[in-house]
Design a protein around this ligand. Structure first.
Ligand SMILES: [Zn+2]
Length: 403
């Protein structure tokens, strides 16, 4: 048994006044005590008077196969099996060093991530949930990942293949994307009947569906067919971001998990698709990013369930391990620090189907823990200052790559 005594604590939903003593035994949380509580005899204690203990973070939108260079997913080509596994391993370790103890991979190449779902999650790697290749149209967004399908029959077969391989989620590209040249971010990639077929087939196999959607028509189509989650959910139109009160009320009432993938490490270089959107709207990329953050804040204010995710790996400004920047972007958009932290802990755990064992400081829960310098509830930048990370009670050895 060991313990962490921290001057501040966040339990997954709110700050614990005065901090806490968190006890760990055999991979699980054995106690969440007042900070001044006596430690059990012989129990080693990590003392962090100027730090905060909180649940390990969950990044709900990652591409472990991508190496964090611009155009990574579209250039992904055919690295050797060993080369691809080395990229995935490095991506995972980078997340862990930043305090991320659970990953939801929403798009690998030809199921390369699936084997990591059962890898040891004990100090070396985060826990992994995976979707396999996103289902997309022929030549559509991220087609290079191997998930192309045309027509209802092929779409249903693609879902059945994923179910048979043991995915945790089905990811479908409802609109085009910024990264893949030739796709249209404003347009839907499937008809409403086709998208509904994906949802029906997945739900009959007991799998949730999350849909990538930038254009407003694709967001509305995803809502209409009953998806469980929407990635990006940008409500883009040629006139800018248009999200009506009715759109927000529908999203909130349906309990759809929206993963807005906000936050960048620096200013992104616009792709040709992004330049076309910026030109039509007459705005700069900085203005579009700033507006999106505020619009995402409006989603939260309207009661929409937000979950944090980074799109980590897809570009130079989307490196693995950047989740603290995505959480900070929510705060910049008007979300409170506690609510923003919840999107990366308790809410993310629920959305990922792990709410009974991850995402909270609770007795019996997995000892996935992050200790940071300072207090992220008081100032969100502290989330980017990890001091120690524990996965299933074992300390991650090396935090260097977080910096
Ligand atoms: Zn993505």
């Amino acid at each position: 048994m060991f313990g962490i005594r921290a001057g501040a604590a966040f339990d997954g939903e709110r700050a614990i006044p005065g901090g806490a003593l968190v006890l760990v035994n055999g991979g699980h949380i054995a106690g969440v005590e007042p900070r001044a509580a006596a430690a059990p005899d012989g129990c080693e204690i990590l003392e962090v008077p100027d730090g905060t203990v909180l649940p390990g973070l969950i990044d709900a939108h990652v591409h472990l196969c991508a190496d964090g260079t611009d155009g990574s997913l579209d250039r992904i080509g055919e690295p050797s099996a060993g080369g691809m596994q080395a990229i995935i391993s490095h991506s995972l370790r980078t997340h862990l060093a930043a305090g991320v103890t659970t990953i939801r991979d929403l798009g690998d190449r030809r199921f390369a991530v699936l084997g990591w779902r059962t890898a040891p999650h004990d100090g070396g790697y985060p826990a992994v949930l995976a979707s396999g290749p996103p289902i997309t149209s022929v030549g559509g967004h991220c087609a290079a990942l191997g998930g192309e399908a045309a027509g209802e029959e092929q779409l249903r077969a693609a879902v059945r293949e994923r179910a048979a391989r043991g995915v945790d989620f089905v990811k479908v590209m409802a609109s085009g994307g910024f990264a893949t040249a030739g796709t249209q971010v404003m347009l839907c990639q499937f008809t409403q009947d086709e998208l509904r077929a994906v949802v029906e087939e997945a739900h009959s196999a007991g799998l949730p569906v999350t849909a990538h959607a930038h254009g407003r028509p694709a967001v509305q189509m995803a809502m209409a067919v009953g998806v469980d989650g929407i990635e990006h959910c940008s409500f883009l139109t040629d006139r800018g971001i248009v999200q009506s009160a009715e759109d927000l009320a529908r999203l909130a009432a349906a309990g759809i998990a929206v993963c807005p993938t906000v936050g960048f490490a620096g200013v992104p270089s616009p792709t040709s698709n992004a330049r076309a959107v910026l030109e039509r709207q007459g705005v700069t990329i900085e203005q579009l990013i700033e507006t999106r953050q505020r619009r995402v804040g409006e989603l939260h204010a309207a009661g929409v369930r937000l979950v944090s995710g980074t799109d980590g790996g897809v570009a130079r400004t989307k490196p693995h391990g950047m989740l603290p920047l995505s959480v900070a972007a929510l705060v910049a958009g008007g979300v409170s620090t506690a609510a923003a932290l919840a999107t990366a802990t308790s809410v993310a755990a629920q959305v990922c189907g792990l709410g009974d064992r991850k995402g909270w400081l609770r007795v019996g829960y997995d000892a996935d823990l992050l200790v940071v310098q300072g207090d992220p509830v008081a100032g969100i930048a502290a989330l980017g200052r990890p001091l120690a990370v524990f996965a299933r009670g074992r300390r991650a050895a090396d935090l260097r790559s977080a910096r």
